[in-house]
Design a protein around this ligand. Structure first.
Ligand code: SAM
Length: 433
């Protein structure tokens, strides 16, 4: 029999099942996209991102509609119904197409005994409309623990953080200052018919009115610009780079900030970019190549300095630690499904361990910038406070800026629906010997 590709809703249900089993969308979506006809790919991508974004809201509704949960081997059909509910509630798809094609997809997934259930649930959903969310987890479509933690940590901002996380992030560029200034590139974009404006805080940032494929960006392949959020761009100003300095980017992949460092200051003595991930490190090289920049790449656990360090201390260290990524949920809505509350304490311990290790290889008089894309104080200013308790000679530099809010030990940016992601920065200096 000829090979029948799965309908895209069935593919989406399988992708969501993989996310439930711990894979990120960036891991499991690309192979699924490759299996589909090119014209169906944007739709699959939109459905997978959208269903993750609204997962907890949709799941609240589905659980109300099911008399009892599906058996474990039928779990994929649970996800198939979430996909259909996402389309009913959040897309312009015609209802009859959603209903009929979801039942088809159920059959294609080899679950013909469940077509009646799927049909009944979706018909009731269509007839009755969306129910009132029964709690804040469904209302804001986040896991309950995240809602609680944000409410506790950000009593005045938790709702706006949750709402911002459910929006679609803008596409933001960093102009390569070695090639163009920002006004020149804004003019090139205008000539190419791409609407854009200068970012408010990052001096080289440009925010597009609408996301576009990078091949619509003038001179992209020649290194004129990179795609990078405005908050992530702020690291170079904080590093206060000067020619002749030896710089370490300790958690570098995919290299957005490594490249920003090299573009921000011509004449650095050397930039070393470390990442422990063998899979991610080549992405740094790809970015360097496109931008025609040079750095020394090392695959290692940065904290294991015996393994990779040559004994020469660094003038500047950027430590962009692995974190919960709760500041970038709008770009990676699968984080809502992947992250567990129990991840935070081990992450904080890795972050503090990395900070201690990097401090030991910073030159006297040198500067270290600690960064996360988290909004949880446990990974942010509390790490800095814990560090300062046992490194009493470390000097915390107060960040004077018009962005974010002062946390006493560093500055936090919360995700802004109109501009930047959620981020945290702290600047530490080592006194001269
Ligand atoms: C937040 S991402 C870095 C993003 C990067 N700085 C950029 O701007 O493109 C954190 C990175 O740290 C890496 N990582 C995690 N633990 C590490 C360790 N112990 N040593 C080195 N890299 C590590 C991860 O593989 C991941 O690529």
């Amino acid at each position: 029999m000829a090979y029948q590709p799965l309908p895209f809703r069935a593919v989406a249900a399988n992708v969501l099942l993989a996310v439930e089993h711990g894979q990120s969308l960036s891991q499991c979506l690309p192979p699924a996209l490759n299996d589909l006809a090119p014209e169906q790919r944007p739709q699959l991508q939109a459905i997978c991102y959208g269903t993750c974004r609204w997962f907890h809201r949709l799941e609240g509704e589905l659980n109300q509609r099911l008399k009892k949960p599906l058996r474990k081997p039928d779990r994929v059909i649970h996800h198939l119904m979430l996909v259909a509910l996402f389309q009913l509630r959040f897309s312009e798809q015609a209802t009859y197409a959603v209903l009929n094609e979801t039942v088809e997809a159920c059959r294609a997934l080899d679950k013909p005994h469940l077509t009646g259930l799927v049909n009944g649930v979706l018909r009731a959903a269509e007839r009755e409309g969306a129910p009132q969310p029964s709690d804040d987890s469904s209302q804001y479509s986040h896991p309950a623990w995240m809602v609680e933690k944000l409410r506790h940590n950000w009593p005045n901002d938790w709702q706006s953080i949750l709402e911002a996380n459910n929006t679609q992030a803008p596409m933001t560029l960093r102009v390569n200052a070695l090639r163009f200034n920002r006004d020149e590139y804004l003019n090139l974009l205008a000539d190419a018919g791409v609407g854009a404006k200068a970012t408010r805080f990052a001096p080289l940032g440009i925010q597009l009115d609408h996301p576009v494929p990078v091949d619509r960006l003038p001179w992209f392949e020649d290194g004129a610009v990179s795609v990078q959020d405005e908050a992530a761009q702020l690291c170079t100003t904080l590093l206060d780079l000067q020619p002749g300095q030896r710089v370490l980017d300790a958690c570098a992949a995919p290299g957005g900030k490594t490249c920003a460092i090299l573009e921000a200051c011509a004449g650095l003595a050397e930039v070393i970019a470390i990442d422990e991930s063998e899979a991610r490190l080549p992405r740094v090289q790809e970015n360097l190549d496109r931008l025609d920049l040079v750095a020394t790449l090392v695959q290692a656990d940065a904290a294991d300095i015996e393994q990779w360090w040559d004994g020469q201390a660094f003038d500047r260290i950027l430590l962009d630690v692995p974190c919960s990524a709760t500041g970038v949920i709008r770009r990676h809505p699968d984080i809502k499904l992947l992250r567990r509350e129990s991840d935070i304490v081990p992450l904080a311990s890795i972050q503090l361990g990395l900070l201690d290790a990097m401090w030991s290889i910073l030159k006297p008089g040198g500067r270290l910038v600690y960064a996360t894309c988290s909004v949880f104080p446990q990974e942010n200013h509390r790490i800095i406070q814990r560090f300062l308790k046992h490194q009493e000679q470390a000097h915390l530099i107060k960040i004077e800026a018009d962005w974010g809010q002062d946390m006493n030990a560093g500055r936090s940016l919360l995700p802004d629906p109109d501009s930047h992601d959620g981020f945290f920065y702290a600047v530490l200096e080592k006194p001269e010997a």
